[in-house]
Design a protein around this ligand. Structure first.
Ligand code: DGJ
Length: 723
């Protein structure tokens, strides 16, 4: 059971494994004390032993304050680091001095107004709501801290209330801030670009600022809203790891400031670049939620906390724990060049192979025969689909398959009826050129009328045709960002208001169509974040479907996200993004580590490959629960060597599937040994592919031989079952 112990001025949040502790100084500042393995008792001078001066020296209006590890620091009364909240008052002043005013402990986990937030259905989570106020400004800050019972994560958020009679301008609001006692950490981020998303980057902390951000309007392929701090010796299975993930899909920042006495101030929240928020008297600003994970069992340990969080406390609706259909998507097979007959032929072959759902991608509406037009005009193109969307959906259903459809609802093409009718409905700034990307503009989702249009346009199609799945795409960055509807003093609110508008549309649509499975996508993986996952249980990892690259992308993604969220499909070789040839077997083995499907015309396969595909899909069906919802472990990192390996273990530890991919062939090689993880040491496992029995202990300590065939991008799969 999660618990929150409040003793004198000390707040101790803990579950069976982890403790997070802070206290109030004599004059009401929140000081960070401890975050690590569960502490049974706490002697009060614990943290004070570390300080150079007496307790009373670390207080308001002393320059010693910056040596005090804090929980939500502010500028202007002694601390000189980056403030967690920065604002400008009506008189132009910028100092903020927050003093404790009260707290309460809440059973469970409150929702956040207008924003996605983790939830708790078990009734075992506990939340501390603690308030601070600046009496001079009349500003109140309410911090929430939730401790979960089943995962070692603290959810944090911040709310700012203007209780004064004058407006204030928020210049920066962090969701969480933690001052760690030392800076002997390495920083891990998931950084990259389009088609090579979430590459693992690891570097030691250095003095000054470091971290990642996005000011692109989406959470971005460049920098996922996540960072981890690990010790130099931390690896996949050993050592301390702290995770910081933001549940948000727009502009964000995650940063570490290594300060004068080598402490590390970690903060995450909305990116303050191009951000300002006018808070009128009586108004409240809610910052997104931050999820802080702790593990002493390496990166796999940290990932296990996030995976449990996502499965139990983030993904909602009927698909949260349900099977996902194995799908066939026509994008890489046809791009825009299709008609009903072609689509039905592709679907028929997919059905013969054993696939369960056909997804029609981009190009079914307006007069969209390439990417130059029609976004916003969500009317079916009857030249391509003469029987309408309902006609196509019925025909696909008659084959015995479910039917899914692609949308890109947040966008508008300059060549569209929507744009001609409402040129002001896109993000723009007065007098400036409207920067196009992929020949399209971004609709201004900060406007209620635009949100209403988007919601109705999608709902109209979902109401008329039997659609089981929606792929919600978003294919450009946002620049310049501005809204025709907001007054000048609120222009810098547009980017965040956009996200609030989008979240409300998603909330309405997912509630109105609870039987539809939603998959999010943004030029592949530009918006692979916890915010999107709250509405859509799975996300397309990347436009790069090349198995050799997907190994890296999925390996990085798995640091935070479980395989049940990772859209992964088998595609054609040579791959259209990288030109790489990889064996069909490897493409399947890699796509298995996600929500499985195909992104090709299966008629391209010869008879032998088709038979192999039927067998692969049958294998997937036989192991689908284990593969989708089992506990996953990374075993060998492709960022550190030539071999990647991972495995998935059933919760009862009676079954497992292990996969290894070797990037390049080396002659006269010694066989690598692959040590497994997560098995029951005493159980005897039959390894199907080797026709051998070994105990969990043998498999975890001695391991399996990796006897790859000669050739690049070869792979192995092992299926384990207890005897
Ligand atoms: C980007 C997506 O990632 C692709 O899968 C595809 O849906 C295209 N957009 C369609 O324009």
């Amino acid at each position: 059971m999660a618990e929150i112990i409040v003793q004198d001025k000390l707040f101790h949040l803990r579950n069976a494994r982890m403790s997070y502790i802070f206290r109030l100084t004599g004059d009401g500042l929140p000081a960070h004390v401890y975050w690590g393995a569960r502490l049974e008792t706490l002697q009060s001078p614990l943290d004070r032993l570390y300080f150079e001066s007496r307790e009373e020296d670390y207080c308001h209006n002393t320059m010693e304050l910056e040596k005090l590890p804090q929980e939500y620091p502010t500028y202007g009364h002694g601390d000189l680091g980056r403030g967690a909240v920065e604002l400008t008052a009506a008189d132009g002043s910028t100092a903020v001095d927050l003093v404790y005013t009260g707290h309460r402990v809440i059973e469970g986990k409150p929702a956040l107004t207008g924003l996605p937030a983790s939830f708790d259905q078990s009734g075992k989570a506990r939340t501390l709501e603690i308030s601070f106020a600046d009496a001079l400004l009349g500003v109140k800050v309410i911090l929430l801290y939730t401790v979960f019972d089943d995962c070692d994560i603290i959810a944090r958020s911040a709310k700012i209330v203007n209780e004064s009679g004058s407006p204030i301008t928020l210049d920066r609001v962090m969701s969480a801030s933690v001052d760690l006692y030392d800076a002997e950490w390495e920083l891990i981020t998931l950084s990259g670009a389009w088609a090579r998303e979430r590459m693992i980057d690891r570097r030691p902390l250095a003095p000054g600022f470091q971290g990642v951000d996005s000011a692109r309007g989406d959470s971005s392929a460049q920098n996922n809203p996540f960072m981890a701090l690990v010790r130099r010796t931390t690896d996949e299975c050993h050592g301390e790891a702290l995770g910081f993930a933001l549940m948000y899909s727009g502009n964000h920042t995650e940063l570490v400031q290594v300060a004068l006495n080598r402490t590390a101030r970690c903060q995450l929240g909305l990116n303050d670049a191009h951000f300002r928020w006018l808070l009128e008297p009586g108004e409240t600003f809610q910052a997104p939620e931050a999820l802080l994970a702790w593990s002493e069992n390496g990166l796999n340990g940290m990932s296990a906390q996030y995976h449990r969080l996502v499965k139990e406390h983030v993904v909602r609706g009927k698909f949260a724990h349900a099977q996902r259909p194995f799908l066939l998507n026509n994008w890489e097979a046809t791009v825009f060049d299709f008609d009903e007959e072609k689509i039905l032929n592709i679907a028929r072959r997919g059905k013969e192979a054993g696939l369960e759902m056909f997804v029609l991608d981009d190009g079914w509406f307006g007069h969209r025969n390439d990417d130059h037009s029609s976004l916003g005009d969500w009317q079916v193109n009857l030249k391509k689909l003469p029987h309408g969307m309902d006609g196509l959906a019925d025909r696909i259903h008659a084959l015995g398959m479910k039917f899914g459809l692609w949308f890109e609802p947040e966008m508008v093409s300059p060549d569209s009826d929507l744009y001609r009718a409402h040129p002001d409905w896109c993000l723009h700034q007065p007098g400036r050129a409207r920067t196009e990307q992929r020949f399209q503009l971004t609709l201004d989702m900060s406007r209620p009328d635009v949100c209403e249009y988007v919601e109705n346009a999608v709902a109209a199609i979902l109401d008329t045709a039997a659609i089981d799945y929606v792929k919600w795409d978003m294919n450009r960055d946002m620049s310049p960002v501005g809204s025709a509807l907001l007054p000048p003093e609120r222009q810098a609110e547009t980017a965040h208001r956009y996200m609030l508008g989008l979240y409300s549309v998603l909330e309405h649509l997912t509630a109105r169509f609870p039987d539809v499975l939603f998959e999010s996508c943004a030029s592949g993986g530009n918006r692979f974040d916890l915010g999107m996952m709250y509405y859509m249980p799975q996300a397309w990892c990347s436009d790069n479907t090349d198995a050799g690259y997907r190994v890296l992308i999925q390996y990085g993604t798995s640091l935070v996200f479980p395989q049940s969220t990772m859209g992964a499909h088998v595609s054609h070789a040579p791959n259209w993004q990288t030109g790489r040839m990889s064996p069909l077997k490897t493409r399947v083995n890699v796509a298995m580590w996600g929500t499985f499907g195909y992104e090709m015309d299966l008629k391209e396969l010869n008879e032998q490959q088709f038979a192999e595909t039927q067998a692969d899909i049958a294998y997937m069906k036989a192991h689908r629960d284990l593969l989708l919802y089992g506990d996953s472990y990374r075993l060998k990192s492709p960022f550190e060597g030539d071999t990647a390996a991972w495995m998935v273990v059933s919760p009862d530890q009676n079954g497992a599937v292990v996969t290894a991919v070797r990037m390049s062939s080396h002659p006269n090689e010694r066989r690598e040994r692959l040590r497994l993880n997560g098995l029951a040491p005493e159980k005897l496992y039959h390894i199907e592919e080797l026709d051998t029995d070994l105990t969990g202990q043998e498999l975890m300590h001695f391991g399996l031989p990796l006897a790859f065939e000669p050739g690049d991008y070869r792979s192995l799969r092992f299926t384990l079952e207890t005897k």
